[in-house]
Design a binder for this molecule. Structure first.
Ligand code: GUN
Length: 292
């Protein structure tokens, strides 16, 4: 079994991005600029946005966070997005999800200028992605593609099973791996909460991508020997072996599945760090297109 080291890979990519940003500054261009909108005080969302801010500063990307209280109106948010869309000094705009119930995420996402939609969530970018046209790819699937590529994992003609059909991970992942490209050209099956005989399907997978949001749900008897296993989940579970009383685990029971897999991502240090780096890459790409 080989470990797919997302932490190391993300650090390599960060160095590449930093070099590109430095070149832009040398050419008397400005640094790329990412704006993140954060609504309310959900601790997980706050942590994600803070990590994005920290990673931006590591590579020389300027970031700004617009904080709004949970009771902000949809109209106020739409006005703010309109203002940022029109600001030539901003290359990327993300709105951290989830949003409070009184705000339509669909309306908000559709109001972002597709040319600044570095999350790749706007319907125009999703459509382009499905057609194989250049577009911003959603960060987590983009990060997984980069891991498959950098670890030279063969994908052509392989059976790939994606567990989960979210718009953020499962659905775009299934589209990307069935595209006529590398990594891609897979025969993809998408499974979800209503799938029957899940184990029969996962056991067929050469590449198994797990994004179901259930701690340690994938066990060794669900995995074919020699499969490549990519774990998107992250959960805090009680542990009597750590000082904090908690430990982080994924959607995959790592200790069990590692004995059968040819390649596997750990949690933490697998897909997680690749997600942020992909957002940085999209922001750089956006800035470079603009300056061309
Ligand atoms: N919430 C969970 N994942 C994401 C993401 O990739 N982008 C945004 N904006 N919100 C999220």
């Amino acid at each position: 079994m080989k470990l797919i080291d997302g932490k190391k890979t993300s650090q390599e990519i960060k160095k590449e991005i930093a070099t590109e940003v430095a070149k832009m500054i040398d050419n008397e261009d400005r640094s790329p600029h990412l704006v993140a909108i954060l609504v309310g005080d959900d601790p997980a969302s706050q942590t994600y946005v803070k990590n994005k801010e920290k990673s931006c500063s590591e590579v020389g990307i300027v970031s700004s966070i617009y904080n709004y209280p949970a009771d902000v109106t949809e109209k106020e948010l739409l006005e703010s997005i309109d203002f940022i869309n029109k600001d030539d000094g901003v290359d990327g705009l993300i709105v951290q999800l989830p949003l409070p119930d009184h705000i339509s995420a669909k309306k908000i996402i559709e109001s972002i200028d597709p040319k600044k939609d570095v999350d790749g969530f706007h319907p125009l970018n999703v459509g382009k992605m499905a057609l194989g046209l250049p577009s911003f790819l959603p960060a987590t699937p983009f990060g997984i593609l980069q891991l498959l590529e950098r670890y030279k994992i063969e994908t052509e003609g392989k059976k790939c099973v994606v567990l989960g059909r979210s718009h953020i991970v499962g659905s775009p992942m299934s589209i990307l791996l069935s595209r006529k490209a590398y990594p891609g050209n897979c025969t993809v099956t998408v499974c979800h909460s209503r799938t029957e005989n899940l184990k029969e399907i996962t056991k067929e997978a050469d590449i198994l991508i797990v994004a179901m949001g259930q701690a340690q749900m994938v066990k060794a008897d669900m995995v074919k020997k020699g499969a490549v296993v990519i774990d998107v989940g992250i959960h805090r579970i009680p542990s009597d072996k750590t000082k904090s009383g908690f430990r982080l685990v994924g959607d995959v029971d790592f200790d069990e599945v590692a004995t059968k897999a040819s390649f596997i991502t750990p949690v933490p240090g697998g897909v997680g760090p690749m997600t942020i780096v992909s957002l940085l890459k999209n922001t750089l790409l956006s800035a470079q297109n603009k300056s061309r």
